[in-house]
Design a protein around this ligand. Structure first.
Ligand SMILES: [Zn+2]
Length: 201
């Protein structure tokens, strides 16, 4: 007799998977967000090398809000930045395309400089230089569900980047890198399903 499987609550601090091989190039349905793109140069840094060499990590975030505009306002205020926004369920872009909000060649400001994890980039800090950041619009209140399309769209970004950047090895949550301050993308983000979609079932 096998025991019924115990359901373990999702813990965003454990969200990580690594990318073992290089897939075929995958196109991405993205549209440049003009308002974000216009300010990106003032709210992102140089990587210290071309992205083809420096990008080793993708970080998944949730916006703790309900709109792309709300996330872009954080950029416009100079507080943080990220490379893509996956739009919310009630937005016209949902089901159509993701928003490109910062050029990939720049290091967006989405992880605190001091953050590090021994399983990621050999424990290095200053991870913005080595990473791409994806914001998924979600209230992150423990109730707001992510849509199926949002998970697929986030996975499509990872597949696109995985094919493009030869040193890209890790996909993780903001919570794993900054467990004292952050919980995103939150307990409702279906990490295992997301991983399976990235890797191909
Ligand atoms: Zn975050």
């Amino acid at each position: 007799m096998t025991k019924p499987e115990t359901r373990i609550a999702a813990d965003p601090k454990n969200y990580q998977f690594d990318l073992p091989f290089r897939p075929e190039p995958a196109p991405l349905a993205e549209t440049i967000h003009k308002r974000a793109w216009a300010v990106a140069g003032t709210v992102a840094s140089l990587r210290g090398g071309p992205p083809e060499e420096t990008v080793r990590l993708i970080v998944i975030h949730a916006t703790a809000g309900s709109t792309t505009d709300g996330a872009v306002s954080v950029m416009a205020a100079g507080r943080a930045s990220f490379h893509w926004v996956v739009p919310g369920k009630d937005e016209p872009a949902h089901g159509r395309h993701v928003w490109a909000t910062c050029p990939e060649r720049l290091a967006a400001w989405h992880v605190r400089r001091s953050c590090a994890h021994p399983d990621i980039c050999d424990g290095a800090n200053n991870l913005n230089r080595a990473s791409l950041g994806i914001e998924v619009v979600n209230r992150q209140d423990g109730e707001d569900p992510f849509s199926d399309w949002q998970i697929e769209a986030a996975a499509a970004i990872v597949r696109y980047a995985w094919a493009k950047y030869p040193n890209l090895a890790h996909v993780t949550s903001h919570a794993r890198l900054d467990p004292g301050r952050r919980t995103d993308p939150g307990v409702n983000f279906p990490w295992t399903e997301f991983m399976e979609r990235v890797r191909g079932r």
